[in-house]
Design a protein around this ligand. Structure first.
Ligand SMILES: Cc1cc2nc3c(=O)[nH]c(=O)nc-3n(C[C@H](O)[C@H](O)[C@H](O)COP(=O)(O)OP(=O)(O)OC[C@H]3O[C@@H](n4cnc5c(N)ncnc54)[C@H](O)[C@@H]3O)c2cc1C
Length: 611
């Protein structure tokens, strides 16, 4: 095997992933840790990486406390309602009380925020959203992180965390490889903050073949935020709480500005308002959650899904009326041009002018994430001044592994953070990590050379497998001795789709399906030892697949454990079709034992701190 250079980097704080959470963590770590070495490592380039890479048109989490528009308590109530009762109120409150200060910083750094001409306040899109000219949102945020970091390492994919060999259950750093040069990196750090985004492409997407990159969640969000802590033995929570989005068909263009600002509405193929008609039957499943205001997102999905199943699709967004107003027409198009250009291109290519035709909506394949309208992720310690004792075991946002922190999609239990809340949570984690590093003082975690040397062999093995087996290739890509990352990905997506509640199963599953799904995932995991990578790009795909498979297994275990249907519209346990507050008004927790490959599941209580 070609000898690959090993580069050693020592840090006090290592931030894995330079998206919104990672940039916030890097920025705040420097504020509190003036003399510390703060390193950010990112598999792309922080200038344009993560879910905000393309830009956004709205900041979806802003209280407006300076104008008394909302208070943090209101946001907790909102998130709790939308998540059908189950949120970590301590974590949500902690973000909500600090998020406005984050947004003010963004404005100070040059992000143009739209203002209401009459009031002078930020232009609201909805109760929580403010409108921005956000094409350059990510570069603006990245600049602050770049200036704060001691070093930023772009183009390095982190594959594993390192553990301390002097003390059990303590993190000691991470390893990865440069996706351009192929160099191997060993990062030794006292604290690690994982902020590596959510997970797309674990369920089969609606757009396959040449269109498979067209998913709602970013295709490069590859579940590292979950797999890295899972492998390190961190507890995960609510991993069954996958998200399904109602979006414009084929381009996944966002609908928020359309509903909230343009005041467009939906109807079925026959021009009828269908939504409320499904709520009576829904009440039998979920009780009075359906009467809450606003109606939880999953329940609105449910109505759309049922209407389509009843044969009255497609569902359309009524844009023809709003688009007669030139201002609204401009906003409608700009909304896409500033953040989802692909939707404008899809409409152009399909002869859809929303002034003339009401465009179709559809529901996406499921994704796993912790910052949007669902709350999958790591189980984290809460704020010292606010969290119930049972939610506190150390430092704010520290996972159940010592020295391992997280932010954004990585942290579970607290949905509706969005871009601003993820950055804020990064700041919270950064501040806590600095305190942790200062308190452990000179006590450096011990990194074992044997461990990283062994991992080095493991990391590059797909290149080796390809080199040895490539002469047996048939038809360009079919090999008897190795599996290509794309083939592995498609196998994963098919298993998740058919057994764990994807689009072709109408988001429905049950115990026998999940059990079989786990068996098939187990076989896929075995075959991952035979991945073959043609080049460094494919090596990255290989490791993304490893991360996706482990996260998928976790999702499946959680879905099996929760024997109720808590979020109809996101997924259905056909063998337990009703919401069951008696037994399941709780969080689900899992812990993976990497030696035995076994999962331990448990419940944790939900504390309602706010009335
Ligand atoms: C389609 C879409 C629309 C959205 N619209 C809005 C909106 O209008 N308003 C709003 O406020 N929010 C919006 N959000 C939400 C917002 O983008 C996310 O909440 C936020 O980006 C999450 O922050 P994060 O740091 O967890 O993840 P990200 O910002 O995605 O950052 C994760 C980073 O980790 C890196 N990474 C991943 N794996 C590795 C690895 N193994 N090694 C090294 N680096 C790695 C990635 O490259 C990326 O840079 C939207 C999200 C999506 C997907």
């Amino acid at each position: 095997m070609r000898r690959r250079k090993t580069v050693f980097v020592d840090a006090d704080i290592l931030v894995v992933g330079g998206g919104m959470g990672g940039c916030g963590a890097t920025y705040e770590s420097r504020y509190w840790g003036r003399d510390l070495k703060i390193v950010c490592v990112e598999k792309a380039n922080i200038e344009r990486s993560g879910a905000v890479a393309q830009g956004l048109y709205a900041i979806n989490c802003y209280m407006g406390m300076q104008w008394n528009e909302n208070q943090p308590e209101d946001h907790v109530r909102y998130a709790r309602n939308d998540l059908m009762g189950l949120v970590r109120e301590d974590l949500g409150y902690d973000i909500a009380r600090h998020v406005d200060a984050t947004v003010h910083k963004f404005e100070e750094w040059g992000l143009p925020i739209m203002r209401d001409a009459k009031t002078g306040r930020y232009q609201r899109e909805g109760k929580w959203q403010i409108m921005i000219h956000g094409e350059s949102y990510k570069p603006i945020v990245a600049e602050a992180a770049r200036k704060a970091a001691s070093e930023v390492y772009n183009r390095i994919m982190v594959t594993h965390l390192l553990m301390d060999h002097a003390r059990p259950n303590r993190v000691a750093g991470a390893i990865g490889f440069n996706v351009r040069t192929g160099d191997f990196y060993v990062f030794r750090a006292k604290a690690v903050i994982v902020a590596a985004g959510g997970a797309s492409h674990i369920f089969k997407p609606r757009a396959v073949g040449e269109g498979m990159g067209r998913t709602w969640y970013a295709p490069w969000s590859s579940a590292s935020a979950y797999a890295l802590p899972i492998l390190a033995g961190a507890k995960m929570t609510q991993m069954e709480n996958r998200i399904v989005l109602t979006r414009f068909k084929d381009g996944y263009g966002p609908v928020g500005a359309y509903f909230l600002h343009l005041k467009t509405y939906t109807q079925n193929a026959y021009g009828q308002d269908y939504e409320a008609g499904w709520f009576a039957t829904l009440k039998e499943r979920v009780g009075d959650y359906v009467d809450r205001h606003p109606v939880p997102t999953c329940l609105r999905n449910h109505a759309l899904l049922e209407e389509v199943k009843a044969g009255r699709g497609p569902i359309r967004m009524v844009t023809k009326e709003a688009f007669q107003d030139p201002h609204k027409e401009t906003v409608g198009w700009e909304n896409f041009l500033g953040m989802t250009i692909g939707q404008a291109v899809v409409w152009a290519s399909q002869n859809i002018d929303p002034k003339e035709i009401n465009p179709e909506l559809t529901t996406s394949e499921p994704y796993v994430m912790g910052s949007h309208a669902t709350c999958s992720g790591a189980w984290a310690s809460g704020p010292e001044d606010y969290a119930p004792a049972e939610y506190q075991w150390g430092y704010n946002r520290m996972m159940t592994v010592e020295g391992l922190f997280g932010a954004g999609d990585a942290i579970g239990g607290s949905a509706h953070k969005f871009s601003s809340g993820s950055f804020t949570e990064g700041r919270i984690a950064g501040k806590a990590a600095v305190r942790y590093v200062n308190e452990i003082g000179r006590e450096q975690p011990v990194v074992s050379a044997a461990e990283y040397e062994e991992l080095k062999t493991t990391v590059y093995k797909p290149l080796e497998s390809y080199r040895i087996g490539r002469n047996e290739i048939v038809a360009g890509t079919v090999s008897p001795s190795y599996l290509l990352p794309l083939h592995g990905l498609q196998r994963l997506e098919k298993i998740m789709d058919e057994y764990v509640g994807g689009i072709s199963a109408h988001y429905t599953t049950n115990e026998p399906l999940l059990t079989r799904g786990l068996e098939l995932l187990g076989m896929l995991k075995e075959d991952l030892a035979h991945l073959g990578a043609e080049d460094l790009h494919q090596l990255q795909r290989a490791w993304e697949l490893h991360h996706r498979v482990l996260a998928s297994e976790c999702v499946t275990q959680h879905t099996l454990f929760r024997t109720e249907t808590r979020w109809p519209g996101y997924y259905y346990r056909a063998d337990h079709p009703k919401l069951d507050d008696q037994d399941w008004h709780c969080f689900t927790l899992s812990r993976y034992d990497r030696d035995s490959g076994k999962w331990a599941m448990e419940k944790a209580p939900v504390y309602h701190i706010i009335d």
